[in-house]
Design a protein around this ligand. Structure first.
Ligand code: 5GP
Ligand code: MN
Length: 342
């Protein structure tokens, strides 16, 4: 069976809150991914089954390929209905902050959370948790926040309250954060968890298809374009770039570049991959980094792109032109050359 990785005092305290309070808000991070949405909805399903009043809130929209997730139709978005979100946060007894470690990851919503007198719990698997919660369940060894929500449910003896719909959400989070269990996925116990989710009746093959095989023709053609212009460096490194102009040409919609950064890692010997993507709206270049093995892309992200993340998956931001961003990236590759060639 599963080991109890969440400390018992934290479980006891959360249980006490559950016995005492009725109104819960669950919040995921900006640019919600499969894990942010999956873990939030997984917890939503269980708390709802317990008869609690629960609202899931995201700072902004999630990609269309997550639309099928049961319960997603009830999510509120701060970018769309800020007043309603503000009311919900004001009325909450408990705020659950899922899949992010620092309040800046929820943007303008952070001040609402900060000034709220609700009790707060963090459930997250990113390194360096901030100190903004009454209970901090932060375990960077977990493959996904969805794994942690599952463990929380088990440790609170609530597994019988997890429905098939809730199990589908948690499976999605674990699947997307590990690229369909192809990286960061050697922890034996996640397969025990998958077994328990299958026992709830989920169809994992169908979930894979729903998430991965729902792209538009434009997206596939954009992928072809981005791969054609890919740069491969002798330092076992590859770089993909995507300007605003290119996005327009391929009728880019949110989520279209999801997963691109992983593709160069399928080249023999390439252990480090970067996607630089212009964001005309925010006026910056979003940096996505991926590595295989021990190459620490989070250190490089912190040093060169004011970012961070996990060893093998991290990101950051760059303010300037695409040419300048590429220059900065090449500086980073030069500095990290010994590690890249090790
Ligand atoms: P992605 O490439 O999918 O946008 O991000 C991968 C991971 O990198 C995220 O799960 C997150 O941990 C981290 N990350 C992405 N962007 C940022 C950023 O701007 N700052 C920090 N600290 N981490 C980021
Ligand atoms: Mn995650």
């Amino acid at each position: 069976m599963l080991r109890n990785i969440i400390e018992q005092v934290k479980i006891d305290q959360f249980n006490e809150w559950l016995n005492k309070y009725e109104s819960f808000v669950i919040i995921g991070h900006i640019g919600p991914d499969g894990d942010a949405v999956g873990s939030s909805l997984g917890l939503w399903h269980v708390l709802t089954a317990l008869g609690k009043k629960v609202q899931v809130i995201m700072p902004n929209a999630f990609p269309d390929f997550l639309n099928w997730m049961p319960g997603s139709e009830h999510i509120l978005f701060y970018s769309e209905t800020p007043e309603e979100v503000e009311k919900c946060i004001d009325a909450a007894d408990i705020i659950c902050l899922l899949d992010f470690n620092v309040l800046s990851r929820i943007g303008d919503m952070s001040s609402l959370v900060e000034k709220s007198s609700a009790l707060k719990v963090m459930i997250d698997h990113h390194l360096h948790p901030g100190d903004h919660c009454d209970i901090t369940m932060s375990y960077s060894k977990a493959v996904a926040t969805s794994e942690l929500v599952f463990r929380l449910i088990v440790q609170m003896n609530l597994l019988d309250k997890l429905s098939k719909a809730g199990a589908e959400c948690l499976y999605t989070g674990m699947m997307t954060d590990t690229g369909g269990f192809t990286y960061n996925s050697n922890q034996i116990e996640i397969y025990t968890i998958i077994g328990l989710l299958l026992e709830k009746g989920i169809d994992k093959d169908l979930i894979y298809r729903r998430v991965n095989n729902t792209y538009s023709e434009d997206r596939l053609r954009l992928m072809g374009h981005v791969l054609t212009t890919m740069k491969v460096y002798p330092e076992n490194t590859a770089l993909l770039t995507l300007t605003d102009e290119e996005q327009d040409k391929f009728n880019f919609v949110k989520g279209d570049s999801e997963g691109f950064v992983n593709i160069p890692l399928s080249i023999k010997n390439v252990i480090f991959s970067c996607l630089l993507k212009e964001d005309g709206e925010l006026n910056l270049i979003k940096v996505s980094l991926r590595s295989v093995g021990t190459f620490p892309c989070n250190e490089l992200a912190a040093e060169f792109f004011n970012g961070g993340g996990h060893l093998n998956a991290s990101g950051g931001e760059f303010y300037g032109t695409m040419e300048e961003a590429i220059e900065r990236f090449e500086e980073a590759v030069k500095k990290y050359k010994p590690l890249l060639l090790a």
